[in-house]
Write a protein that binds this ligand. Sequence first.
Ligand SMILES: O=C(O)CCC(=O)C(=O)O
Length: 308
Amino acid sequence: MEAIKMESGPEIAVPKILDDEQVQLFIENGYLVIPDLMEEAELDELKVDLLAVARGDYESENIEPVDSALSDQEVLETILCIHQPHHISPVIEKYVRHPKICGILSQITAAHLPFWDGSVKCMQSMYFVKPPNFQGQAWHQDEVYIPTRDRSLIGAWIAVDDATVENGCLYVVPGSNRSGYLYPQHTHENPDEFDFAPESYGFDESVEIPVEVKAGALVFFNGYLLHRSYKNRGDTYRRVLVNHYCNAWSLLPWSIEEGERPANADRRNVLPVAGTDPYAWKGYQTPAKSVGLRHCKAIDEVRARRGE
Ligand SMILES: O=C(O)CCC(=O)C(=O)O
């Protein structure tokens, strides 16, 4: 039998942005806010591209081009969140690979592991529009949905608009990442406040704090950090592009396919963004050109109002 050559991918160099104290704060608190990371022109590009995705300008299996007579407002007012826009938009993919963001990721993603070399890969993007009155997401830990092997899942949450208590910013339980405990989940009974995703429970939520940030800030948060967001009670969108990454040395048992076990499952629908990809020899899965649309009660209400 011919031996497989287990070659790593090419080295992706990224700048180091943070000092040691910031890295330590991320390890301890499970989140880190970096203000002013994005430039005005970049936020503008993200806003324009959101419309391109939503209007169906990119080739996609499940977003049809919309009637060009519809206003931007009419196009966006039914969207809570678009899942995996980087599968169809090269602009969003560019932001997944943003050098400054990936530089920070190469410093914190698995900083809790002593021998980590800074390698990072991306598996998910989500573009929230969250118009006025749209629901937030109840308490959860992202590793419930995207398990890694080493607690290295991380979200890089790019504030495209100011995120405030009024318009539904993130709330976190600082330090809830430390124990590595995954809380159980149940169906919540608050569809006016939260979308249809289940809610984590069994912890002291009185210590939650809001993470209000200005447009252009980044919020990085570990996949074990308990977080939620409330409904948008403001009168503007709360747009956020949040991309998820993990240590490139972790397998990604995000789903288990036939013939696999939890111990060797490894989804290869990933983009290396910093350092090296030690599993490059396995190859990459090309994602379908499709996105997902997240559901909440407000969407049904807008559609009913529009007679759809
Ligand atoms: O931005 C939000 O409202 C929720 C984001 C979130 O919970 C996540 O990205 O895991």
